[in-house]
Design a protein around this ligand. Structure first.
Ligand SMILES: *Cc1c(COP(=O)(O)O)cnc(C)c1O
Length: 227
């Protein structure tokens, strides 16, 4: 099979599985968006996904995302790009210029830098707070107990509207409790967007309330090494 049909089939298959998981949870399928994680994937596969009608993509590095999408953006004005990797404040301008959703707001300095750039560029990407549900020291994101305080800081002090939460559960944990926790905090703080679930666990995430699932290798195959 050629790359184009392979990717089209993979996207169709994922949409079917998302639909089934949503149905099990009595949720409308349209409430769940597939974010195709295109980091470290070759150009022909990204193009194949576009050809299949996929428009929502996730990238975890600002510069790599610019390389992947800056040109294509001209041809696909309905493209929707999610930043799903950690953000440095010196990349805030580039991030606000390129991304439609920034999922990894996790400290005051970043919240302020993003808010300032939004004002300067008159662009308002959707912002999510990354939550470190597993309290892993090496992982980005704020601790669950800090959500309330950080949310207030973002909205009241930094002037950054927040639409939802994102999490990456520990690799060797059962993911369901982490998804349930994120859902609980989303409801508690009235944040409707929940980005959770990856290739291995997106169906569980959909059943537990994900509005966005981030699927990379399960769609495109294994990633190329970074240079
Ligand atoms: C790479 C990445 C994904 C995709 O992971 P797969 O297991 O390949 O689906 C999802 N979320 C984040 C934050 C990532 O960095």
């Amino acid at each position: 099979m050629d790359v184009t049909s392979e990717i089209a089939e993979a996207i169709g298959d994922l949409q079917l599985k998302i639909g089934r998981a949503a149905e099990l949870a009595r949720r409308p399928t349209k409430d769940v968006t597939l974010v195709a994680v295109s980091k470290q994937q070759p150009a022909d596969k990204r193009q194949a996904a576009l050809d299949a009608g996929q428009r929502v993509f996730g990238e975890n590095r600002v510069q790599e995302a610019q390389n992947h999408w800056q040109e294509l953006r001209q041809h696909y004005p309905d493209l929707c790009l999610h930043l799903i990797g950690p953000l440095q404040s010196n990349k805030a301008a580039d991030a606000v210029a390129l991304f439609d959703v920034i999922e990894t707001i996790d400290r005051p300095k970043i919240a302020k830098a993003i808010a300032a750039e939004m004002q300067r560029q008159d662009r308002t990407p959707t912002a999510l707070i990354q939550v470190n549900t597993g309290l892993e020291p090496q992982k980005s994101g704020i601790a669950p107990v800090e959500i309330g305080g950080f949310l207030a800081f973002c909205q009241e002090e930094a002037g950054l509207p927040i639409s939802g939460l994102m999490c990456i559960p520990p690799a060797d944990d059962e993911p369901a409790p982490h998804f349930a926790l994120l859902k609980k905090y989303g409801a508690q703080f009235n944040l409707p967007v929940l980005s959770m679930g990856m290739s291995a666990d997106f169906e569980t995430a959909v059943q537990l309330g994900a509005t966005h699932v981030r699927v990379g290798s399960g769609l495109f195959g294994s990633r190329l090494p970074r240079h």
